[in-house]
Ligand binder design. Structure first.
Ligand code: DCP
Ligand code: MG
Length: 580
């Protein structure tokens, strides 16, 4: 067979060292940090009818993430179930932990994915520390954490990796990448240990040369551990690349960067039929797995073939070559720089049925309250970060955007087509919303009456007949204080975040002064009791190459509350029928 038309791969940038952190059973850990006695109990966090996560004691007793509540109770009758629908506590803990991890970085390449994952690009720290090594005594090395203070750091053995490796034989390999990754593994161990010591949170870390590989390899030893993907990475004469042998067995849907829709189309192409989603889907799996290796070695497979398979409305240019690269473990995307302020703040809720004006007004009011509260938390500074108000705006959004996802009307045969998209309308954000002295409730009411109703009418001019499955309210277009805006308070935006030493000091102070440092780590937020019945899917969107076309077309199942891709909803409903 002739080789496929183009087998050209972008070369892998193996000159970087990247760490990927994933906090262990994150939502459950937030509750444990508030109440450490929960650590010894099987603990599960509930949203709607499912357990979104559970601690490792619960997992030891057979519980799993995304299990139905009734199954969890049957399997483990002692389970303690806490409600996780108010996500502000998770967001606050996530922000604090992120600031801690970020404080180790020299280049400020510290990127967050969702609430519980962080990448650090530590290349510069590794290169600097390699230059300090004494080649005659690698066993007794010292890792410097601060360039301007060579006493700040830790002792380590540069002849070996810290923690497990993949493959696990850690054979002697003296290529330069090996040494860089060894140092990376020791730094990962140090940061992970410090994170636990100072905050009580444990994490699992992956060490490699890209975001893709560090994230994937980190999953190998969970919880509270770390894994390094060791060289050789390149395919050379007589050598097998550890990257390809590592990635080959993954189901393509598990590769970060290949979203559910793309994975679905690739499976269809390889299987030559519709993959069977019956059963299993409730846990986010299919019965018909297609591995990376099967795709890579499929007859005629090439970037061009993938381009054809994946072409369609909304497919980005160059999707074939990008996917081809991912299938070979190649990912050159940069770990992005830490952002002082989010590019937008967005609050949303999904609904089984939302089709009357009074109910809509009620929902808009709730969303507005939460949005303004969020703006005050994320964008307002004060001299004492533990006392949030009164403060000053570090950045203020100039635009408000209302998005809805309408349900299509019923077809003549009584069925409902499910291919609906979000529609949105933007308008200038009224200045009064930025008042820090007015009550949030009053501001939200005014925002709904003055602005949001009119915006809604632009999206849905008809008086009745609409039915929404989702409403999203976002503020965007941030003007940073000190910039051109009239309300700028002249302060440098970077003052919002304390840098290296002060962050370390802050954590040290907690540990020294407080008897329960973990409890203090999670800032006390007002419990949004009135909202607890809602599916809160608040998102803080960041320009992130990994948050792809995912979820836009998902719909929430009316029975278990799970967010399911539209194409799989029918099979998902059959799952419930079988289950009854
Ligand atoms: N989460 C959610 N809905 C999902 C998946 C996750 O709300 N469908 C939340 C709950 C998790 C958090 O996101 O605590 C992080 O997701 P992870 O998949 O990393 O799960 P955990 O951190 O809970 O567990 P692990 O120890 O496996 O990382
Ligand atoms: Mg996690």
């Amino acid at each position: 067979m002739l080789p496929a038309k183009s087998q050209v791969l972008p070369s892998r940038r193996d000159d970087r060292v990247i760490l990927h952190f994933d906090y262990d059973c994150f939502y459950a850990s937030v509750f444990e940090a508030e109440n450490p006695t929960l650590k010894a109990e099987p603990l599960a966090v509930q949203q709607k009818q499912i357990i979104v996560t559970c601690n490792y004691e619960a997992r030891r007793r057979g519980l799993r993430k995304l299990q139905l509540i009734k199954d969890a109770r049957r399997i483990c009758p002692d389970v303690i179930i806490v409600l996780g629908e108010d996500i502000s506590r998770f967001r606050d803990a996530s922000k604090t932990l992120y600031q801690f991890l970020r404080s180790f970085s020299w280049n400020d390449r510290a990127e967050r994915l969702g609430f519980d994952e962080v990448w650090l690009d530590i290349t510069d720290m590794i290169e600097y520390n390699i230059s300090l090594l004494n080649p005659h005594d690698l066993v007794q090395s010292f890792f410097v954490l601060q360039k301007d203070d060579p006493t700040q750091g830790f002792a380590f053995n540069a002849t070996c990796y810290a923690g497990p490796t993949v493959p696990d034989n850690a054979s002697t390999n003296d290529e330069p990448l090996s040494l860089r990754l060894k140092l990376g593994s020791h730094l990962a161990f140090y940061i992970r240990t410090e994170l636990e010591r100072r905050t009580g949170y444990t994490s699992t870390v992956g060490i490699s040369t890209s975001k893709l590989l560090s994230k994937l390899v980190g999953n190998m030893h969970k919880p509270k551990d770390q894994t390094t993907l060791i060289p050789p990475y390149a395919c050379q004469e007589g050598q097998v690349s550890n990257v390809e042998s590592f990635i080959d067995d993954y189901e393509i849907g598990k590769i970060p960067g290949i979203g559910s829709k793309l994975a679905h189309r690739i499976r269809q192409h390889i299987l030559q039929h519709e993959p069977d989603f019956e059963k299993g889907l409730v846990y986010g799996e299919t019965k018909e797995n297609v591995t990376v290796k099967e795709v890579r070695l499929a007859e005629g497979m090439s970037p061009e073939t993938l381009d054809k398979v994946l072409a369609g409305p909304g497919s980005p240019h160059g999707i074939g070559i990008k996917m081809w690269a991912l299938l070979h473990g190649v990912d050159d995307t940069e770990v992005s720089f830490a952002k002082a302020v989010p590019s937008q703040i967005s609050i949303e809720d999904s609904y089984i049925r939302l089709d009357t004006l009074p109910e809509l007004l009620k929902q808009l009011k709730m969303l507005s309250c939460r949005l303004i509260e969020r703006m005050r938390i994320d964008l307002v500074t004060s001299d004492d970060s533990r006392i949030r108000l009164p403060g000053k705006w570090l950045a203020h959004p100039k635009t408000i955007r209302l998005s809805t996802r309408p349900r299509l009307p019923l077809n003549p045969d009584g069925t409902r087509s499910r291919s609906f998209k979000r529609i949105s309308h933007s308008a200038p954000l009224p200045n009064y919303v930025l008042s820090l002295t007015d009550n949030i409730d009053v501001l939200a009411e005014r925002l709904v009456n003055d602005t949001l109703i009119a915006m809604f009418r632009k999206l849905h001019p008809e008086k009745a007949g609409w039915n929404l499955s989702l409403v999203n309210l976002a503020v965007t277009n941030m003007a940073e204080a000190g910039g051109e805006s009239k309300t700028a308070n002249g302060r440098d935006i970077s003052s919002m975040f304390k840098r290296q030493e002060s962050v370390h000091k802050e954590f040290t102070a907690y540990a020294d002064e407080q008897s329960t440092p973990q409890a203090e780590l999670v800032p006390r937020t007002k419990m949004e009791e009135g909202y607890s019945h809602l599916v809160d899917s608040t998102v803080e969107l960041e320009d992130n190459s990994w948050v792809e076309e995912e979820d836009e077309d998902n719909e929430r199942c009316g029975i278990c509350g799970m967010s399911v891709p539209l194409f799989a909803m029918q099979a998902h409903m059959r799952f419930h029928e079988v289950d009854r």
